[in-house]
Design a protein around this ligand. Structure first.
Ligand SMILES: C[S@@+](CC[C@H](N)C(=O)[O-])C[C@H]1O[C@@H](n2cnc3c(N)ncnc32)[C@H](O)[C@@H]1O
Length: 371
């Protein structure tokens, strides 16, 4: 049971990084964080829903689980969906779209279930239905229990609202933030990404160090809900206290276009003054002045861009450069191929659980401080 006005909030995580998102939610003061497959649940009310969307770097979407009822067959689903208190959350002038999934239930036809719920909303309450609506209601029917959730995020949260330009195989911001966390990064050390593409790791690291909220510049689906208080939201959004990091964050790439994109993205994110991007090949990489920190890198995998053979040579060159020049630094290497990681010659610990990303099984390999 949750206290009145509170409900379960589901924070979606990339499969394999639930633990890191759970840690982030706990650090941010969300109540009862529990790690489950594909995400984390916490409890709270609408304020926590807003805050999760605004603050959590690793979360892909925030679902508000606003109610549930038993439904053994479609006629019962229809009847109970008509009685559901839609007026508490929906507006008659805002179109909605309903999606459903069925597991271990007598109702097994998810499209029919979605259609019944949609029709109940349109006929009983009056919200128009539109499959391109900005507001999506998700009905999950499991063991004959239908749980109604609202996707309060809208566009996936990896879209921070700053990145117009993306490279060939960009890392999602949510994933980048959770990989940085798995590497123990908390903003207090410099970061170098020698194959930075559009600059995702470097920009995320700079934002973390600067205490910027990931959702500070974008809109959310919860703004379309009944009872949304624009003034209170503006208050929450503008409350963040930026920090002044003691060092910069560095990205390089051999591709001039990638460096242009990374600079533009950093500019839009408001961290241009904290980041340094340079066009250069990994073999020309030098550590920046100052204390050692974290090298995090996501070289080409081969399954997505380029051929496998030259990639072993590229990983070898990366490893040599880091072993030769980056004493005292830690390395986090993201790849789908254990053999490519091995080609670096770096003292890598076995990777943790693979992370599912775009149909690939991505691994993070880490070193301790290099000798
Ligand atoms: C998988 S992408 C990195 C994507 C990046 N993490 C992002 O979020 O956009 C790999 C990058 O390695 C760069 N690259 C390939 N060979 C390189 C080399 N020898 N030196 C430097 N960069 C290289 C490519 O130009 C590409 O941008």
């Amino acid at each position: 049971m949750t206290p009145a006005g509170e409900f379960e909030i589901f924070l979606m995580a990339p499969p394999g990084l639930e633990k890191e998102l759970c840690e982030e939610a706990r650090e941010r003061g969300f109540r009862n964080p529990k790690q489950i497959l594909g995400g984390v649940t916490v409890t709270g009310g609408w304020t926590e829903v807003w805050r999760a969307n605004l603050e959590l770097r690793g979360c892909g979407r925030v679902l508000a689980r606003i109610g549930s009822f038993r439904a053994m067959h479609l006629a019962q689903l229809d009847k109970r969906a008509r009685k559901f208190p839609w007026a508490d959350v929906l507006r008659k002038d805002v179109p909605v779209h309903v999606e459903a999934s069925c597991t271990r239930s007598r109702i097994y036809h998810s499209e029919a279930a979605a259609q019944r719920i949609g029709r109940a909303i349109a006929e009983e309450f009056g919200s128009p239905l539109d499959k391109n609506a900005g507001l999506v209601i998700k009905a999950r029917i499991e063991d004959d229990l239908c749980t109604i959730s609202i996707d309060t995020s809208g566009q996936s949260l990896h879209k921070r609202g700053h990145k117009e330009a993306i490279g060939k195989a960009p890392m999602r911001e949510t994933l980048a933030a959770l990989f940085l966390r798995r590497c123990g990064f908390n903003g207090a050390e410099p970061v170098v990404d020698p194959m930075c593409g559009s600059g995702t790791f470097v920009i995320e690291a700079a934002e973390i160090a600067a205490g910027l909220n990931p959702g500070r510049s974008r809109g959310f689906a919860f703004e379309l809900l009944a009872g949304f208080d624009a003034g209170a939201w503006e208050n929450m959004r503008s409350k963040a206290k930026p920090l002044v990091p003691g060092h910069a964050f560095f990205g390089s790439d051999r591709d001039a276009g990638a460096i242009r994109m990374a600079k533009d993205n950093a500019q839009r994110a408001g961290v241009a003054g904290l980041t340094v991007f340079r066009q250069q090949s990994v073999s020309d990489l030098q550590p920046p002045d100052g204390p050692p920190g974290l090298v995090i890198v996501n070289p080409p995998y081969g399954t997505r861009i380029g051929d496998r053979k030259p990639l072993h040579a590229l990983h070898g060159a990366l490893g040599q450069t880091l072993l030769g020049r980056f004493g005292g630094w830690r390395v986090g290497l993201i790849t789908t191929e254990a053999s490519l990681a091995k080609s670096t010659g770096l003292p890598l610990a076995p990777s943790g659980a693979p992370v599912l990303h775009g149909g690939l099984r991505v691994m993070l390999y880490q070193t301790g401080k290099l000798p």
